[in-house]
Ligand binder design. Structure first.
Ligand code: AMP
Length: 408
């Protein structure tokens, strides 16, 4: 069946069209028929882009004033006679929507109906920057593909198996009870894809292994997945907590905020900017949030770039140690996303000291990974270190197939 995967953000709409089915989910093959993006929606220089299997790529800069127009254009590009891949939009059998926050309500992906939509809207208060755009994307797509089933796949759902000791903060309990303040975790679709892929790669049922999944992109998070269930993860009530990220600080002493309010007169807007946009790799280095640039600068002797890399990797190693204990042992540590898949240096630095837990890097294998799936620990290493390129879109497509087949 043909499944359209839609990821609607504040100013962009990414999409992929898959030919897939239940067999593909069990390990068969599927085809990505088309992939594209509409960017800078509402700006002068908005653009649209598509690349379909066996067809010439198409890109164009045109004013795209609204998300409604963006999604209409996606369907137009998919059905275009020259560079499109389907003749009619009704060839699309189902649509899978990425939804950032499912609160405590959604533990699985599900078909969207009136009741589900109302619940997703209730989660807007927990993700005011993301869920409104996901909801809007659904509403527009539903109006254009009204007979097609639509499925919501949540970033938070995979983490809902966390025990209370992991998801509760040590705040007055009413904050959890009455205001839903707790750890939710994000990047769930990526962590689930990687954890599942480890099982496929090593031919193991999910109950047979513990894996620490290390998602290192511009946003970064780490999860402890014990026998298929998340035991803990580093992002919290929001994606700000945990690892050092491109522009986000990750873990800090919350008293720093009180100090900045008192000493600098900082307010909500400035604190939000400092912690989300001006911290992390860019904040420490003063150069860039792009790891490639930091690696280059560090090699050229820039001390702050080197420090940023050092703090980034040290934080990851601390979490790997903590999660190994949380799961009473680990079998695999799997690196993914832009940095995790591509950076030889970061994987090497993150593996320092892990010998104590039975994970021994093979530096030569690590150098040869080149973004490919595989193992980079020594043959004798008890814990396997590996790279698993993430693919959230495929998982969204699979969940959509399962949901419309009545399996979830
Ligand atoms: P993502 O958010 O998953 O697209 O990842 C973006 C991050 O991956 C950026 O910090 C990039 O600098 C980083 N990245 C991509 N390719 C490489 C590479 N070859 N070496 C180091 N970092 C990389």
């Amino acid at each position: 069946m043909k499944v359209l995967v839609l990821n609607c953000g504040s100013s962009s709409a990414k999409f992929q069209l898959f030919e897939t089915n239940l067999e593909a989910i069990k390990g068969g093959t599927e085809t990505c028929l088309a992939k594209g993006i509409v960017e800078k929606i509402g700006e002068e220089t908005s653009s649209r882009k598509i690349e379909c299997l066996g067809k010439p790529a198409f890109r164009e800069v045109i004013p795209i004033p609204s998300h409604t127009e963006a999604i209409r254009l996606i369907l137009e590009m998919l059905t275009h006679a020259e560079y499109g891949i389907i003749k009619d939009k009704n060839e699309i059998d189902a649509v899978g929507h990425r939804v950032v926050h499912g609160g405590e309500t959604f533990t699985h992906s599900c078909l969207i109906d009136e009741r589900v939509l109302a619940k997703i809207k209730e989660c807007i208060q927990l993700a005011p920057l993301h869920n409104p755009h996901n909801v809007r994307g659904y509403e527009i797509a539903k109006s254009l593909l009204s007979k097609t089933p639509h499925v919501a796949v949540f970033d938070t759902a995979f983490h809902q198996t966390m025990p209370a000791r992991s998801f509760n903060y040590a705040l007055p309990y009413e904050y959890y009870d009455k205001k839903s303040i707790r750890r939710y975790g994000f990047h769930g679709t990526s962590h689930r894809y990687v954890a599942r892929r480890v099982g496929r790669l090593f031919n193991l049922p999910k109950e047979a292994y513990n894996v620490i999944t290390v998602h290192l992109g511009n946003g970064a998070s780490i999860a402890a997945v014990q026998k298929g269930k998340v035991m803990d993860t580093s992002m919290g009530f929001t994606p700000l907590e945990g690892l050092v990220m491109g522009t986000r600080c990750g873990d800090i002493d919350p008293a720093i905020l009180m100090y900045l309010i008192e000493s600098d007169g900082a307010d909500v807007v400035s604190l939000n900017r400092i912690l989300n946009k001006q911290s992390g790799l860019i904040g420490i280095s003063g150069i860039s949030n792009d790891m490639r640039e930091l690696e280059k600068a560090s090699k050229e002797g820039n001390k702050r770039a080197a420090l940023a890399i050092d703090i980034f990797c040290y934080r990851i190693r601390k979490y790997i140690g903590a999660y190994t204990v949380a799961m009473e042992g680990v079998d695999y540590v799997a690196f993914t996303a832009g940095i995790g898949e591509n950076s030889v240096l970061i994987r090497e630095k993150c593996s320092e000291g892990l010998e104590a837990f039975g994970a021994v890097i093979d530096k030569e294998k690590n150098r040869m990974m080149n973004g490919k799936e595989g193992v980079f620990s020594t043959d004798a290493s008890k814990v396997k270190l590996c790279v698993i390129p993430t693919n959230e879109e495929i998982l969204i497509a699979h969940d959509t197939v399962e949901a419309v087949s009545g399996l979830l």
